[in-house]
Write a protein that binds this ligand. Sequence first.
Ligand SMILES: NC(=O)c1ccc[n+]([C@@H]2O[C@H](COP(=O)([O-])OP(=O)(O)OC[C@H]3O[C@@H](n4cnc5c(N)ncnc54)[C@H](O)[C@@H]3O)[C@@H](O)[C@H]2O)c1
Length: 311
Amino acid sequence: MGRFDDRGAIVTGGALGIGGGCARRIAADGGNVLIVDVNEEAGANTVKEIRSNGGKAEFIAGDVSQQSTAQEMVETAVSSFGRLDLLIQNAYAGADNAGSAVEVEPENWNSGMGLLVGALYLGAKYSVPAMEESGTDPHYEQPPWTGAGRRHGNPPARNVGRIVNMSSVHGLQQAPRSLIYNAGKAAVIGLTKQMAIDFGPLGITVNAIAPGHIVTEKGNANWDEVGNDEGFHLFELHYPVRRTGEPEDIAEAVGFLCSNEASFITGHVLAVDGGLTIQLQENLVMDSKDYILANPDLRTHFDFDRGASRF
Ligand SMILES: NC(=O)c1ccc[n+]([C@@H]2O[C@H](COP(=O)([O-])OP(=O)(O)OC[C@H]3O[C@@H](n4cnc5c(N)ncnc54)[C@H](O)[C@@H]3O)[C@@H](O)[C@H]2O)c1
C-alpha cells in the first residue's frame, strides 16, 4: 500500500522542474495528482509519464495567481478524486524581475507578489474548506493509546490535510537586487507560520521548504546555453555536500512532510540545500577566491550581468 493511496493532491507548477518531481513522487506513492500549470504541453507530458508508470494524474491549465484558477483547481480535484488532502504550492514563472526597490516597477512588484505570495493565500483559501470536508486520511487509524503519552479530552484531528509552500534559500538570506523574489520568498515563510497556527486545530499542517540551487530541465538548459562548466562547478563547491540539488531531492522532503508520520511538524521551514545556508559567509568568500584565482577564465554573475549581483 502506498502512503498516499486514495488521497487527492494538487501540485501547482507541476508540469516541470521541482513541481514535476513532487507530482511524480506523490503519484508513485499512490496519490491522485492534479497538476495546475500555465504550460499545457509540459503538463500533458508529465501526466502522460505518470500514467504510463501506473500513477493517477490530471491536468488543468491556469495561472494560480488568479482567484478563478484557485477555485477551479480545488473544484476539479474534489470532483475528480472525491477528496482533497495535499496542496503543494510551488508555481513560479522566474520572470525577469531583478532589481532594487528603486529599480523595480510597481506593475512588476504587484504581479511578482501576486504569484509568489498571493497565489498561496488563494490556494489555501479554497483548499482548506475542501480538506476539512474530505476529513481524515481514509486509511488512517488512530493508534491505540500505549500509556506512553498523555492526553486530556478527545483525540485532536490528525492527518486531515497537508500544505507545503515552496520558499527558497532566498527567503532565508538575501541576494543583491532581488527585491521581488527575496521579499516574496521571505513572505512565504511568514504566511506558512500564520497558516500553521490557523489550520493546526483542523488537523492540517502547513510547512515550507527552502531549496538551494536545484537543476531542473530549465536550469539545465540555461547552464548549457552559457556554457560555463567552471561556473557551475563553483556553485557545486559552495555546497558542503559538493553538489547542487535535483527536483527529486525536494520531492522527497515534500513526500515526508505530506506523510502521516509528519503530523507533529507544522510551521517549519525546512532548508533542503545541501548545507548551503549554514556556512559562515566569510570563509565561503575566501574559499571562492582561491577557486577563482585558480580558474582565471571563470565567468561569474558579474560577467553575465544577469541581474543578480552589482556593487
Ligand atoms: N530551481 C531552483 O534552484 C529553486 C531554488 C529555490 C526555490 N525554487 C522554487 O521552487 C519552485 C519551482 O521552481 P523550478 O525551478 O522548478 O521552476 P520551473 O520554472 O522549472 O517550473 C515552474 C513551473 O511553474 C509553472 N508556472 C509558472 N508560472 C505559473 C503560474 N502563474 N501559474 C501556474 N503555473 C505556473 C511553469 O510553467 C513551470 O512548469 C518555485 O517556487 C521556485 O521559486 C527553485
